[in-house]
Design a protein around this ligand. Structure first.
Ligand code: UN1
Length: 511
């Protein structure tokens, strides 16, 4: 006889909630085996979905490739109209999709809705972009010649996304890829397949309503093997992958071996420098949101605080006071600011990191433990601050949990050196009212990250900028600015409208 635990009852409730939301979104749920769905609220399994096998991945890619051959000929502004419709549907169903995100990832309601808002934002951005896929005209050195460049759809884009932004990252890639004339095959995180099914259902509706093939968007479900099949498929022109550095190290060379393109968004080990002139009110809000928000599970989460010796005591007093008041609990409760970690494994990694930090001479100033939350059976970590004697060992690692390591500096050059002395290069921030320091931080010899902020934390980037980072973060850029260029192929065109054929560089041949 099996006994039903409180966690089982909660898992059942969450299953019902998520299935009702999926029905509202019009999503079919491929029940089967291979992909168990889970919730970090109960820590248990909800129900199981059918995994896509290798043949299924190949078939999905071929369907996407066939559909793309027509899609690429649809004028870009008309492709934009489909993305506009997707944005409208997301607006209409914002809270419904956000609820699924909360069930699957444990994100608090406000952040889950913020994630769907980020999807809406990128749709709107992509609609505008659909009329701005500009090439240039370049001065030719030859008379009667026009030199220009044009941008064309690249083909099938494979999107591999992570659990922490289970839907926004797909939307960044997909909204832009669609207006660029590409089709998309999505392999969502195996920890968040349900929010993927919900999002894809809305896109399918937008496509069908506008008279286009739903095959332009494909979802494949499963673990690593499914990701590998997608990565190795030579019909996938671009693999856009978000995840760990370890994952990127495998994906990068595999795609390169077949001369495919990659766009990699890997780990971060983001720091904020707190200078003597910093506005401490901004520091407190900025640091607490960046370090403890999303339970420290963003790539852009703040992990290192590089604080000037003269303000250290004051800064830490404010931060520890704020940390002691952070409500940890049910992410569906409106008062909660810190929800559960994604899994028991993440809880183990949190504990191991705190232990390692203490072993390396760290002093725990706030948090440090896992806590139980009434009525839920997931794993909850107390947002933690550890004062470290030096930047070494565990501080150099990205632990996906709310742990903030404190480092002390005396001289601004030293602060920049500490900021840059990690292998990742995603996001960095400086809090200062000194203009020289602010400018220096974002100058050529400043922070070496893809995102460098002044008087604002490391996380919570807007979609208008290019998102991504350097070094082991992978070098990719997605979302705004000119990131769209990664989703297109560039063609340089020389047109001779004269009756002579002068050769470039003054070469003479047959004349
Ligand atoms: C991520 O952490 O994987 O800047 C993406 C932010 C979000 C996106 C983060 N807009 O925090």
């Amino acid at each position: 006889m099996t006994t039903t635990t409180a966690a089982d009852v909660l898992s059942l409730e969450l299953s019902e909630k998520v299935l009702a939301r999926l029905a509202t979104l019009g999503a079919a749920v491929p029940v089967g085996t291979g992909v168990p769905t889970r919730s970090p609220l109960s820590g248990g399994t909800l129900f199981e979905l059918a995994a896509t096998d290798a043949a299924g991945v190949a078939a999905a890619v071929q369907r996407a490739a066939a559909a793309q051959r027509d899609w690429r000929m649809v004028p870009a502004p008309q492709r934009g109209a489909v993305v506009r419709r997707l944005g409208e549907l997301l607006r209409e169903h914002k809270d419904t999709l956000a609820d699924i995100v909360t069930v699957e990832t444990g994100k608090i309601v406000s952040e889950a809705r913020g994630e769907v808002q980020e999807m809406i934002d990128i749709c709107e951005y992509a609609v505008g972009l659909s009329r701005q896929l500009w090439g240039r005209t370049i001065a030719s050195e030859r008379p009667g010649h026009r030199l220009s460049e044009s941008w064309h759809p690249i083909g099938v884009v494979g999107v591999i996304s992570a659990f922490n932004f289970p839907v926004a990252v797909w939307a960044w890639n997909t909204a832009v890829a669609l207006v660029c004339g590409d089709s998309v095959v999505w392999k969502p995180s195996e920890l968040a397949p349900l929010s993927a099914l919900g999002s894809a259902a809305l896109l399918e509706r937008a496509l069908v309503e506008s008279g286009h093939s739903p095959d332009i968007s494909q979802v494949v479900l499963g673990d690593r093997a499914v990701g590998e099949a997608l990565v190795d498929d030579s019909s996938v022109a671009l693999v856009s992958a978000t995840g760990s550095v370890r994952m990127g190290r495998e994906v990068g060379p595999r795609v390169a071996a077949r001369f495919g393109r990659t766009l990699l968004e890997l780990g971060g080990n983001n720091a904020a420098v707190i200078t003597p002139s910093a506005d401490l009110k901004l520091v407190t809000t900025g640091v607490v949101f960046a370090a403890a928000g999303t339970a420290g599970q963003r790539c852009t989460s703040l992990r290192r605080l590089i604080v000037h010796r003269s303000v250290k005591e004051q800064v830490l007093a404010k931060l520890t006071a704020a940390y002691s008041r952070l409500p940890i609990g049910d992410p569906f409760d409106s008062g909660t600011l810190v929800g559960p970690l994604i899994s028991a494994k993440a809880g183990d990694a949190f504990r191991a990191a705190v232990e390692a930090a203490v072993g390396q001479g760290g002093e725990v100033l706030a948090g440090g433990n896992l806590v139980a939350v009434d009525g839920l059976s997931g794993v909850f970590a107390m947002p933690t601050i550890v004062d470290m004697p030096e930047q070494a060992g565990i501080v150099l690692e990205e632990t996906f949990a709310p742990i903030l390591y404190v480092l002390t500096y005396d001289d601004f050059d030293e602060a920049i050196a500490l900021n840059n002395a990690v292998s990742q290069g995603l996001s960095a921030a400086v809090f200062t009212r000194d203009q020289q320091e602010a400018e220096r931080f974002i100058a050529d010899d400043g922070a070496d990250t893809g995102i460098a902020n002044v008087n604002i934390g490391t996380s919570g980037a807007e979609i208008g900028g290019a998102f991504g980072g350097e070094k082991e973060t992978g070098g990719g850029r997605e979302s705004g600015s000119d990131s769209w260029k990664a989703y297109m192929r560039r063609s340089t065109n020389t047109v001779n409208y004269s009756s002579a054929l002068p050769l470039a560089q003054g070469v003479t041949f047959l004349s």
